[in-house]
Design a protein around this ligand. Structure first.
Ligand SMILES: Nc1ncnc2c1ncn2[C@@H]1O[C@H](COP(=O)(O)OP(=O)(O)OP(=O)(O)O)[C@@H](O)[C@H]1O
Length: 220
C-alpha cells in the first residue's frame, strides 16, 4: 500500500491580536495514529479546523504528499473531521445519513450490536452518547485517507471507548488518524506519535510522552 503524508506547516493563528498558534508543524501518515494533546484553550480544535481548511489563520500551508492544497476538505477522498459538536442532521434517519457518508451501518453494528435498533431512528431521537458514537464511527469508517478526531472519547462509556480504540487500530491500516482528546492515557497508548500544544502556541513532538508531559506541566 502507498503511504500518504499530510503535513501542516507554518500554522499561525491569532484572534484579535492574541496569539493562539505560532508557526506550528505537524504531520500525519497513513498507517499511523497521531495524538494531539494540550490544556484547555491551547488551540487544538483550531489547529484541526485549519488542517481541514475550514478555518483560515494568518498563515498556513497544508501539503499532501508534498503538494500544497488550499482547501483540503474539498479534495475528494482526502480528509474528514469529527468536530466537538453534533453535526448529523436531526431529521434524517441513521441509515440515510450513513448512505450520505458512504459508510455501511452494518459495520457499526458489527462492533456495537446495541445500535441495531437505531437503524431507522432519526438522529434527534438518539441519546447524546449514541449520537456521538454514531458520528464518531461515521467519520472513522469514512472512505478517506485521513480523519481528524476532536475528542472522540468524551461522552462515551468505558466499554465503548475500549471498542473505539480497537476500531482505530483496525482503521489505521488504511488511513492516517489524528486523535485529540483530554483522556491522555488513551491517546498516548494508541498513538504512534504524540504532539503536545504548549502555551503559547508551540507544538512539541514528544520523545518520551509520559516524561515529557510531566516536564511540560501537562500532567503531574
Ligand atoms: N472565534 C473566536 N474568536 C476569538 N477567540 C477564539 C475563537 N475561537 C476560539 N477562540 C479562542 O482560541 C483559543 C483556542 O481555542 P480552541 O477551541 O482551539 O482550543 P482547544 O485547545 O481545542 O480547547 P479545549 O481543549 O478547551 O476544547 C481559546 O482561548 C479560545 O477562547
Amino acid at each position: 500500500m502507498i503511504t500518504h503524508k499530510l503535513e501542516a506547516d507554518s500554522m499561525w493563528l491569532e484572534y484579535n491580536n492574541r496569539k493562539i498558534l505560532q508557526n506550528i508543524y505537524i504531520q500525519l501518515e497513513t498507517g499511523k495514529v497521531t495524538g494531539l494533546l494540550g490544556r484547555n484553550g491551547t488551540g487544538k480544535s483550531s489547529l484541526l479546523r485549519m488542517i481541514l481548511g475550514s478555518l483560515r489563520g494568518q498563515s498556513q500551508s497544508v501539503r499532501w504528499n508534498g503538494d500544497y492544497i488550499a482547501h483540503p476538505y474539498q479534495e475528494p477522498g482526502l480528509v474528514r473531521y469529527l468536530p466537538q459538536f453534533n453535526f448529523i442532521p436531526p431529521n434524517m434517519r441513521i441509515n440515510q445519513i450513513c448512505r450520505m457518508y458512504q459508510v455501511e451501518y452494518d459495520r457499526m453494528i458489527d462492533f456495537f450490536p446495541e445500535l441495531q435498533t437505531s437503524r431507522y431512528t432519526s438522529a434527534a431521537k438518539l441519546s447524546g452518547g449514541y449520537k456521538r458514537l454514531i458520528e464518531t464511527l461515521l467519520i472513522l469508517f469514512s472512505p478517506v485517507k485521513f480523519v481528524l478526531l476532536d475528542e472522540p472519547f468524551t461522552h462515551l462509556s468505558p466499554r465503548s471507548i475500549e471498542t473505539l480504540v480497537k476500531i482505530i487500530h483496525l482503521e489505521k491500516q488504511n488511513k492516517g488518524i489524528l486523535v485529540s482528546d483530554h483522556m491522555h492515557q488513551y491517546v498516548t497508548n494508541l498513538s504512534d506519535a504524540v504532539y503536545l500544544l504548549a502555551p503559547v502556541g508551540r507544538c512539541i513532538l514528544l520523545k518520551d510522552p509520559v516524561k515529557d508531559m510531566k516536564l511540560m506541566g501537562y500532567i503531574r
